[in-house]
Design a protein around this ligand. Structure first.
Ligand SMILES: [Zn+2]
Length: 215
């Protein structure tokens, strides 16, 4: 693991490496951003999504918090979303959870005291209670926590679809596609979470004209 001084030293090495490949790299990078993706992920230190997707700076506009939560009253998140959708016009919104998430595990095991983190994770406890029937059928505790991780991503996707800014965009016909991911930290691979499109359309969560494919 790097120590503090290593960070600055390795920054200089990285700058030199980039310039050796493209002398205008930073000149071009400083001109502005037009990222295709808004990424909403967990704050976990093992989740730098650009590393896992081999992406360069400029690819992802990013919002991260513990256990990748989407709240309609979170000004930090709403400002990020509005800027990404209205100004940057991102083409895709990705909500990504990950297995072995400390936030999900804490919500599952001991989300009972009055700390700030417990309050933050309480909605995950609620997701667990709402899906108790399905989760109780899974005998392996680890697999049950994995499923809760997936259900949490689905719930956050639902929240995004229900936000007025997104609903209005979809109804206007020009909108970003919305995706759910799980980063399987045990193997390094990303897996897509399937949104129950028809069910959510029939419940009015997703407007009828929404399609997953860009036209
Ligand atoms: Zn996490």
């Amino acid at each position: 693991m790097q120590n503090y001084d290593d960070l600055l030293k390795e920054n200089i090495e990285w700058v030199e490496m980039k310039l050796s490949l493209d002398k205008d790299y930073f000149k071009n990078l400083s001109k502005g951003q037009k990222p295709p993706f808004l990424y909403i992920g967990c704050s976990d230190s093992r989740m730098p999504i650009d590393t896992f997707t081999q992406s360069e700076p400029g690819s992802f506009f990013i919002h991260r918090n513990i256990a990748n939560q989407v709240f309609g009253n979170d000004m930090n998140f709403l400002a990020t979303l509005e800027y990404a959708v209205e100004q940057l016009e991102v083409q895709h919104i990705i909500v990504s959870g990950h297995y072995e998430c400390g936030g999900i595990r804490t919500a599952h095991e001991k989300c009972t005291n009055s700390s700030v983190i417990s309050s933050w994770l309480m909605p995950i406890k609620k997701i667990e209670l709402e899906n108790r029937e399905e989760l109780d059928k899974i005998e392996c505790v680890e697999r049950r926590i994995d499923r809760l991780t997936e259900l949490n991503v689905l719930e956050q996707l639902k929240h995004i679809f229900e936000l007025p800014i997104i609903k209005n965009r979809i109804e206007s016909g020009k909108y970003p596609r919305i995706h759910g991911w799980i980063l399987d930290i045990r193997h390094g691979k990303i897996k897509e979470i399937v949104v129950p499109m028809e069910e959510w359309k029939s419940k009015g969560i997703i407007p009828q004209n929404y399609t997953e494919q860009q036209v």
